[in-house]
Every structure is written in structure tokens, then in C-alpha cells.
Design a binder for this molecule. Sequence first.
Ligand SMILES: [Fe+2]
Length: 284
Amino acid sequence: MKKTFPSDFADLLTPKGRRILKGKDREVTGALLDPARPFVSLQGVIDAKKATACRDALDAALRDTLVPMEDPIPHDSISGMTMNYMELLPKTVRNRTALLENRRSRSYRAAEAVGLTDMMRSDSFAAFAAAVTGRALRRKWGIQVLCYGPGDYSGPHNDHHPEEPEARDGYVDMHVSLTMPGADHQYLVYAKDGHFTEMTRVSTVGGITVYRLPFWHYTTPLLAKPGREDTCRRWVLLGTFLDAAPGARAGSTVLPAGALKGAPEARSPAREATFGSGGGAGRR
Ligand SMILES: [Fe+2]
């Protein structure tokens, strides 16, 4: 099978995307160092034609290998209540996933065949996340593929992991959205100043969203265009990145291009290392 995905994530990028990767985009470089900004949504950074070709190859290869992921509203969440206004809602979700950690799984082999695993493991994939967050990230990162079908969603949650020392002070997710033509819309809704007031469309072809978790958010149900349910799917390529440990070796770290050398915000564990050539740290 032809490897439709390039082995290097940088080869998917437009000139604007490459500028971000090199830390030369004033608006985006280090944008997530701003504690008031939990995530960045980027358009026009992945070449539209390449994104469409990759989406179609991914859909054909992985569509039948996915595992359902379903956590419904607990059945006794209403009947079990004994006091007014004391309802509690754990994270609810329905979508499908391809865990790519098991090399023998059907999903892994299919993802490998189209070149997806190589691309998601390429240095520039992590370097893009590092550039946008302005943080040094651990070189070993997690990769996963999600697929939302008609009506699939995730309910309000915050992705906090207080039991994991490496993640409890925050971590980074990067999502690449590859939405099929039958999808009409899907949004990410997130909290600002304690209310779910913010909303951004995620049903894009080649849009990238980068998150500094935890923060409260949910994903609205994927709605199909009338009569187009058969091709109503939104694929998400997901990378999860931990902050580099203090004092970690440069070889185990992905540094943020464009970070101001020596700036404490750069959070680099290896200050002697050379930062990217870009001088435009866009921190506001
Ligand atoms: Fe989430």
C-alpha cells in the first residue's frame, strides 16, 4: 500500500505552518505560555490538498479497525439522587479509537501501511507542539487516533491527571482534524472565567488545535449533512506530550523553536542548548 502520509510531519505544512514550526510566527510562537489561554486553533497550516488525500487514505485504511469507546450517563444518575440540585456528571463520551501502542493490532498495521505512525512519530510533529506551547517537551510522546461518527461527542471534562506526577502540573495535547465531507459541524466548547462561554469549530480538514491541559471543555455531537451520514466522520490525530523533566538531557527533549533564550517562560531543562533560530517569541 502506498504511504500517503509523509514520513516527516513538516512535509504536510504550508509556508505558514513551517513558519510556526520554526518559531517565526509572532502570533503563535509560545502562545500557550499565556496562562489565560488554554488552547490555540490553527487554520491554513496544513496543505489542503495533502490533508484531503491523507484523510481519504486514513478513512479507507482504519475505518473497519476501530474500537468503540463509550461511557454513557450513569443509569442511576437521576434515580439515585436523594437531594435537589446535587446531580454529578462524570465524563461521558462516545466515539471510536485506534490505540496505536500495540504494534500487533489491526489499527496499528493499517496506520503503518498508510504512513501515519511514522509521521506522528516524526520529530517535527513534537516540534510543532513545542513551538506553539513554548515549552520543552519530552521526546517520548503518546499517539492515538480517534474517529467521531454521527452523534459522537464527549461531555464536559477537564483531563486533569492528579495521580500522575508527570502530568499533574499540566501537559500538552495536539490534535489534527481530518473531517469527511458528510460531516456538517462539530465544536469544541470550553470554559472561560468559570463558564462554558467559548466555542470553536473543530470539524476542519487539516486544522490543528494545541491544548495546555487541564481545563474544562466538551465536544459537541458530530452532525451530518442531510442524507450524508455514510461519510459523516471526523478523524483526529492526537499527540500527548509531557513537559520535559527539569535537568533532562537535551537528547530526550524537544525544545521550542523561537523561545527567547534564557527566558524563564521557555521552561527549558537544558538552557545551554541552542534554541531555534526564530527571534519572534510571540508571548503577550
Ligand atoms: Fe478532552
